[in-house]
Every structure is written in structure tokens, then in C-alpha cells.
Ligand binder design. Structure first.
Ligand code: NAD
Length: 259
């Protein structure tokens, strides 16, 4: 899909890190952007800064260049409200990036609780919320009968086990297969792909041990991640595709094991 001014995008976890960078990159192309996050101050700031930049780049705008919606993606009602707000503001949805994600704060092996506050939360935010948001995005795209692209954030840890956080790896593996399973949507003009970067220096990425980062040759840059997302948006031949980005090999499409 060619990105054009006037299209619109919704990005979950848009207040910081990869989501924030994607919000700015999409706005630079002239897209209206809904920043969805539970982090209110940072999220509002992203929408405000996009507004300031867009005024310089695009003199006449039909709608507000960016809005922020406070939303905990683990709450189904919040998600419904975020999509509703986007559709009421912009009238349609061209791009949806399901990016909000967390690690497991207490290590699986050390946690003595029943998991309710630790790994269940990681599954809710990293996997269930992606499923919920994807459904809303499909509904929005179907109702308009125009092409749409959904990108889910997986991780290299979906393809190579992250021994320090098996729950994170499991949720991201789930995101990859969920996304691959939806490739038939391409028949309706909706392409859904998954982006799997290695470690990026964000709040989340910085939790990882420096030894692991060194063994991989360092962090990958935010520019590479944004390029990867744009590659998945642009390439019309890709549906259900998994794009891995590593420090050593750069970007490569990973075939499904049965392909
Ligand atoms: P980050 O912590 O910088 O940003 C994550 C954003 O998601 C934050 O703004 C946070 O407030 C938001 N968020 C978290 N839980 C939420 C919830 N329940 N509801 C709404 N918003 C919520 O992290 P990041 O590194 O930018 O990660 C973004 C995505 O990329 C995640 O899905 C992550 O798993 C994935 N990823 C990150 C790396 C990395 O090394 N940083 C590598 C591969 C994949």
C-alpha cells in the first residue's frame, strides 16, 4: 500500500519506544494518527508534537492531525472505545499497528504467586490484546471496503527462545502464528503481517542483559524497525508474512515451517 496524506493510522503503545517512532514516521507521510496508550502524559505529548509538526508540513488539514486515546489494551471496553474514537474522528482506518507490549516483571521461575499479576498480564497485553485489536481493525476495514494493513509487533524472541522470559517468547510466538493464520484476509484487501525485531534500545529493550545484547552484536536501530514496518505496509505481495530484523543479517522474511 502506498501511504498518502489523508489516510489514517491507529498505533497501540504509541506513547513511547517503537510505537512513538512509528506514530511520528506515519504522521510525516501525512497520515492522521491515533495514539493509543495507557501512559497518559507521554501519549498526549506525542499527539501534541505531531500536531505541531503537521501544521508546518501540511497547511490544510480536514481533521486533527493526531489524537490521543487513553486505553489499557488488556481491557476490552477500552479497546472498543479507542477504535470508536478513531472512526468517529477520521471516518475510516487504513493502517493499524498493534504494538503495545510488556515483559514479565517477575521471573517465571522465581514467582511464587498464582501468576495472576505477572505472566497472565503479559499474555493479556501481548497476545489477547493483539487478537482483540486485530478484530476491531478488521471490522473497521471491512465496513469501508477499502484496502487496509494491520501490523502486529512480534519479536525475534518469537523465533529464538528468550530463556530469561519464556512467557514473553510464548506470547510473541502466539502473535506470529495468529498473524500467519489470518493471511486469507488478503482476498478482502486486508493484509496482516508481523514484524519481529531483535532488541531495540527502548524502555522495554533496556531490561535485557548487556551480555545478551553484546552476543548479538548490539541493539538494532529504531530506523531499521521503522523501515521494516514500512516495508510490510508497502509490499502488496505480503500477507501473513513475518519479517525478522537482526543486527547481523538485517531484514529477512521467515518462511513458515510448513512452507
Ligand atoms: P516501550 O516500553 O518503550 O513501549 C511500549 C508502550 O506500550 C509504552 O508506551 C507503554 O505505555 C505501552 N503499553 C504497555 N502496556 C500497555 C497496555 N496494557 N495498554 C496500553 N499501552 C500499553 O517498548 P518497545 O520496546 O517500544 O516495545 C514495543 C513493542 O515492540 C512491544 O510489543 C515489544 O514486545 C516489541 N518489541 C520490542 C523489542 C525491543 O527490544 N525493544 C524487540 C522486539 C519487539
Amino acid at each position: 500500500m502506498e501511504l498518502k496524506p489523508g489516510m489514517s493510522a491507529l498505533v497501540t503503545g504509541g506513547a513511547s519506544g517503537i510505537g512513538r517512532a512509528l506514530c511520528f514516521a506515519l504522521a510525516k507521510k501525512g497520515l492522521y494518527v491515533t495514539v493509543v496508550d495507557y501512559s497518559e502524559d507521554e501519549g498526549r505529548e506525542v499527539a501534541f508534537l505531531i500536531g505541531k509538526e503537521s501544521k508546518k508540513l501540511y497547511a490544510e488539514l480536514e481533521f486533527p492531525s493526531s489524537i490521543f486515546v487513553r486505553c489499557d489494551v488488556s481491557n476490552a471496553g477500552d479497546i472498543a472505545a479507542a477504535f470508536k474514537m478513531h472512526l468517529e474522528t477520521y471516518g475510516g482506518l487504513d493502517i493499524c499497528i498493534n504494538n503495545a507490549g510488556i515483559g514479565t516483571p517477575v521471573l517465571f521461575f522465581k514467582d511464587e504467586s498464582d501468576g495472576a499479576t505477572t505472566w497472565r498480564r503479559t499474555v493479556d497485553v501481548n497476545l489477547i490484546a493483539v487478537i482483540d485489536c486485530t478484530r476491531y481493525a478488521i471490522q473497521a476495514m471491512r465496513s469501508r471496503k477499502k484496502p487496509g494493513v494491520i501490523i502486529n509487533l512480534g519479536s525475534a524472541s518469537a523465533l529464538f527462545p528468550l530463556h530469561t522470559d519464556p512467557i514473553y517468547s510464548a506470547t510473541k510466538g502466539g502473535v506470529v502464528m495468529f498473524t500467519r493464520s489470518l493471511s486469507p484476509l488478503r482476498r478482502e484487501g486486508i493484509r496482516i503481517n508481523v514484524l519481529c525485531p531483535e532488541f531495540v534500545q527502548t524502555k522495554l529493550g533496556s531490561i535485557v542483559s548487556p551480555r545478551l545484547i553484546d552476543s548479538l552484536g548490539g541493539f538494532i536501530t529504531m530506523e531499521k524497525v521503522v523501515d521494516g514496518a514500512f516495508e510490510l505496509i508497502k509490499d502488496e505481495s505480503k500477507a501473513g508474512a513475518c519479517l525478522l530484523i537482526t543486527k547481523r543479517k538485517g531484514m529477512e522474511y521467515v518462511p513458515s515451517p510448513m512452507e
